[in-house]
Design a protein around this ligand. Structure first.
Ligand SMILES: [Zn+2]
Length: 255
């Protein structure tokens, strides 16, 4: 979290990404395009995750190889339950549900259900990129790209317990969290977060703070808003646009 967030308003935002092992199925031909549940020999499962709090540089990682499945899941459960917001790429539709699958299968209780700042949803709603992958979005916005895994062979080697392959998986997973955090910072600092994505006002109740970056001393009135009685405002720190009832914003630079 940037240092301009007031401590009393501090939210715990966790950037997280998981890797999943492929499922196995019984098939009789190469053109099989639908796997019936009766053909499934092993369901896909979470094999590792990496995460970092936005106010810390410490990268956390856990895997079934390094910690065992039970400990790996419990650590993720604890972190998710501590977080106010999860930041990730398709976290809302994919990662959190895959985690819940495996939590439930392991007999764990439901974790806390944090708010989501899903960068995939921001990317697809704000832009019309050639590809909506994390890798491509990062490339387009000048962020260092993902590590090349070499494809499915890495998953096969990890499945076989190859220690060297697991180190590459760890680097890959941690790098994904690293670039996801960079993409979040890019969206935040350039005003691309929408009000529902990182709404500090909702969390803190401070209606003088910026909904996007949380700063409460950089809002400037830039004109009348479309709605009568509201003013249009801009955050000079993160460049996000918003509107509020006139009178809520104390400083009025120009109108
Ligand atoms: Zn701001």
């Amino acid at each position: 979290m940037p240092d301009f967030i007031k401590p009393s308003n501090k939210l715990r935002a966790l950037v997280i990404d998981l890797e999943s092992m492929y499922g196995l199925a019984a098939v009789w031909q190469g053109r099989t395009d639908y796997i019936n549940k009766n053909m499934l020999l092993r369901a896909p499962e979470v094999i590792c995750w990496a995460a970092r709090w936005t106010d810390s540089d410490k990268m956390m990682f856990s895997s079934i190889h390094h910690d065992g499945k039970e400990a790996m899941l419990q650590k993720a459960h604890d972190l998710i339950s501590e977080a106010d917001i999860l930041i990730g790429y398709n976290t809302k539709r994919y990662d959190i549900k895959r985690f819940r699958n495996d939590f439930a299968k392991a007999g764990l209780n439901a974790p806390h259900d944090p708010e989501h700042c899903d960068l995939y949803s921001i990317t697809t709603s704000q832009f019309d990129l050639f590809s909506n992958s994390l890798d491509f979005a990062c490339k387009e916005f000048g962020i260092v790209r993902k590590i090349d895994t070499g494809g499915i062979d890495l998953w096969k080697q990890c499945d076989a317990g190859d220690a060297e392959a697991w180190e590459l998986m760890k680097s890959y997973n941690c790098n994904d969290v690293h670039i996801t955090a960079l993409l979040w910072e890019y969206y935040r600092d350039h005003g691309w977060l929408r009000k529902r994505d990182m709404n500090y006002i909702k969390f803190t109740g401070d209606r003088q703070s910026c909904y996007s970056c949380g700063r409460n001393d950089s809002l400037e009135v830039t004109g009348q808003a479309f709605k009568a009685g509201d003013v249009r405002i801009k955050c000079s720190t993160c460049n996000s646009w918003d509107s509020r009832k006139e009178g809520i914003i104390v400083s009025r630079r120009s109108i």
